[in-house]
Design a protein around this ligand. Sequence first.
Ligand SMILES: *Cc1c(COP(=O)(O)O)cnc(C)c1O
Length: 348
Amino acid sequence: MEIMKNCFASDNYAGICPEAWEAMERANRGYASSYGDDEWTAKACESIRRVFETDCDVFFVFNGTAANSLALASLCNSYHSIICHESAHVETDECGAAEFFSNGTKILLVGGENGKVDLDDIQHTVQKRSDIHYPKPKAISITQSTELGTLYTPDEVSAVGELAKSLDLKLHMDGSRFANAVAALGVHPKDITWRAGVDLLCFGGTKNGMAVSEAVVFFDKALAREFDYRCKQAGQLASKMRFLSAPWTGMLENGAWLKNAAHANRCAALLESRLKEIPGISIKFPREANALFLELPGDLPDKLKALGWKFYSFIGAGGARFLCSWETSEAEIDCLVADISTLAKFEK
Ligand SMILES: *Cc1c(COP(=O)(O)O)cnc(C)c1O
C-alpha cells in the first residue's frame, strides 16, 4: 500500500475508526427524535457518566473550539478573565472564540515548562491586582495532553485544582486528546478530572477516531445551567444529534477509545525511539502521549517537505510536530524514518 505522506500532520487527518463508524451505521436505521432527544444521546451521556463514575451533565458539540469557548463562556461574565498557558489552544488556535462567546472575557497568559502552567505564575497573575480596573480572574484552563504533547500527572492536576480552589477559580480542562492522556498515564479518568478538582472537561472525540463530536462534561452540574441555550444560540445544537452521540456509545462501551489512544501513543513512542538513533535529530519536548516534536537540523525540514511529508511547525516554537493516531501504521513509521535518516546524512 502506498504511504500517504500527510499521515503524521495531525491526528485529525485520520479517518473514522471502525467502532465509531459502526455505531453511526446502527444509529442510521430509521427515524429518531431530533435535537438530542433520542436513545443514542441518552446512552452516550450514560456511557460518559459510567466512564467517570459520577453524575455529570453532558453536551455534544461539533468541534473543540466550540466546546472550549462555550464551556469557558459558561464560567465567566464579560468582565472576568481566564488564565491559561501561553501555548494553549484557546489562546493560539481558536481565533478569539472564547472571548467572542463570553462577550469579552479576557485571557491572561502564564508560562510554564513543557506546556504546563506554572503555579506561581498563576498565583501572581491572580493576586497582583485586586482593584476594579483589572479583569477579575474567574477560571483556569489547562490542556490534557498539552499542546506540546506532554502530560499533567494526577498530582499535577490536583495541585492546579487546589490552587484554583484556594483562589476561588473554576478549573476547565481542554481534553481534545484526553484519551491519549488517560491511556498514557494508566489512570482512572476520574483521577485526573473531578477528583483532582476539574469542574468542566471538553472531552475530545474527533482526534480519537470519530467524524465530529466533542463532549462538554460538567462535573459541577450547577455550571451547566442553561448551557443548552448557549449551544443552540452558537449554532452547536445538532438537529440530527444521534450522529454526534452514537459514536461515543460505540467507542466507550467496548474500550475502543483507550485502545485507539494507546495505539497512537505506542506509535509515537516507536517513532521517537527510531528517530533518536539518527545523529543530528533531537527531541524538543518529552514525548509522553501521541505527539513528537523534533528539532531538525539545517534545511532538513524543507527537504522533508519537498519529499511530500506534511508536518506542522507553527506549534511549539518552530519544532517539527509529528502526530500519531488510531490509524498510524508501522509501515508509515518506517517510511518517515527512512526519509529522515537519508536526509540527515547530508546535514553537517
Ligand atoms: C485540536 C484541538 C482542539 C480542537 O480544535 P477544533 O479544530 O476546533 O476541533 C482543542 N484543543 C486542542 C489542544 C487541540 O489540539
